[in-house]
Design a protein around this ligand. Structure first.
Ligand SMILES: Cc1ncc(COP(=O)(O)O)c(C=O)c1O
Length: 367
């Protein structure tokens, strides 16, 4: 029985050709034609003016926060259910992530909880488009405008997701994406910051390249970082962008196959839903057990593993992790995160694979 991976990249287009071009021409470092080409292609895909490549999604987050001028003592509102990099990047700036509970339907930041978390120190909000479903951006943007806060979209997991026909990446003041090997678009390791703001874009480029003055070599007006992407990474990324439309529609098709195969288990599992006006890109098809806690969830995952099916638990909320531990309860995150399972979600899964996963899940949940 072959093993079903939870995620795997599809590298079947021009990836090899473009990487070999980098090797053959010796443009292997962070100069070369693929970087600008990848940035331009990604900006066009998101419908934004600027895309600035970075060496991973975490540095993209840090870079975006530096460009937004986040300072020690400032506060940033972050959903408690996210990957830890979202909160860590705020800490890298000496600022404080202020956690907010999520909505049960998508596990994205609950806009109704945001205003009560705002203080005079709050500078911005980082909504996360968790597992490929956009956060409620209309509500988030309205709150941000009212309180004069910036919005940084954490779109690490949501390439191509849409809100009322607009792709994520151009809704907030800026946005970040990850291109880790398990993401919808991959460069192995890699990241991108997108923005429509010329001034932010200039700051992103300045701080990404050690802070060097673009007009004066070895002159550094600020302390910057080396967060540059290599031409080899960008070569893979450009090839990935050539097949992104197919990738997105294959993921939609897979989600419909899952919906159908798992419908008979709806009394045991909450299946993913899409909010009106939104386009979910299913980075991860995620289900939640209706009953039980972490122990039962882990037992279900072990049962699937025994059948050769890899899964992942939904992220622990930040407020239960040692660096961000709080005494407070976040009712939705506390109840639901521990019951969540990411099922295998990638383009090479077949109807037979999904049937096998559905059978294993039915046995595991005792239906
Ligand atoms: C929500 C979220 N933010 C940020 C990141 C960080 O991206 P990277 O792993 O490329 O550093 C990830 C990565 O998995 C993520 O899921």
């Amino acid at each position: 029985m072959n093993r079903i991976a939870v995620a795997q990249p599809r590298l079947a287009g021009n990836e090899r050709k473009y990487v070999l071009d980098c090797l053959d021409t010796s443009w292997i470092s962070s100069n070369g034609k693929y970087i600008a080409a990848f940035e331009e292609s990604f900006a066009a895909f998101c419908g934004v003016k600027h895309a600035v490549a970075a060496n991973n999604g975490t540095t993209a987050l840090h870079l975006a926060l530096v460009a937004l001028d986040l300072k020690p003592g400032d506060e940033v509102i972050v959903p408690t259910v996210t990957y830890i990099a979202t909160a860590n990047a705020v800490k890298y700036c000496g600022a404080t992530p202020v956690l907010v509970d999520v909505s049960a339907d998508t596990m994205n930041i609950d806009p109704n909880q945001i205003e009560r978390a705002i203080t005079p120190r709050t500078r911005g909000i980082i909504p996360v488009h968790l597992y490929g479903h956009p956060a409620q951006m209309e509500a988030v943007m309205a709150i941000a405008r009212k309180h004069k806060l910036w919005v940084l979209e954490d779109a690490a997991e949501a390439h191509g997701a849409e809100v009322n026909g607009q792709r994520v990446g151009g809704i907030g003041d800026c946005a970040i994406f990850s291109f880790f090997g398990n993401k919808i678009v991959t460069t192995g390791e890699g990241g991108m910051v997108t923005t429509n703001d010329d001034e932010i874009a200039a700051r992103l480029r300045l701080y990404r390249g050690q802070g060097v003055d673009p007009k004066r070599r070895y002159w550094f007006p600020v302390i910057g970082y080396n967060y540059r992407m290599t031409n080899i990474q960008a070569a893979i990324g450009l090839a990935q962008m050539e097949t992104i439309d197919a990738a997105l529609s294959e993921r939609q098709a897979l989600a419909r196959i899952y919906d159908k195969a798992l419908a008979p288990l709806a009394d045991a599992l909450v299946l993913p839903t899409t909010q009106p006006g939104m386009q979910h890109v299913y980075w991860m098809y995620t289900v939640y057990l209706r009953e039980g806690g972490e122990e039962r969830r882990d037992a279900v995952m072990r049962a699937l593993e025994e059948q050769g099916i890899e899964t992942r638990p939904v992220f622990y909320p930040m407020h239960v992790l040692p660096p961000y531990l709080e005494d407070k309860t976040y009712p939705v995150a506390d109840e639901w995160a521990q019951r969540g399972i990411n099922l295998p979600t990638h383009q090479d899964l077949t109807q037979d694979d999904v049937n096998r996963i559905a059978v294993a899940l039915r046995q595991a949940v005792g239906r």
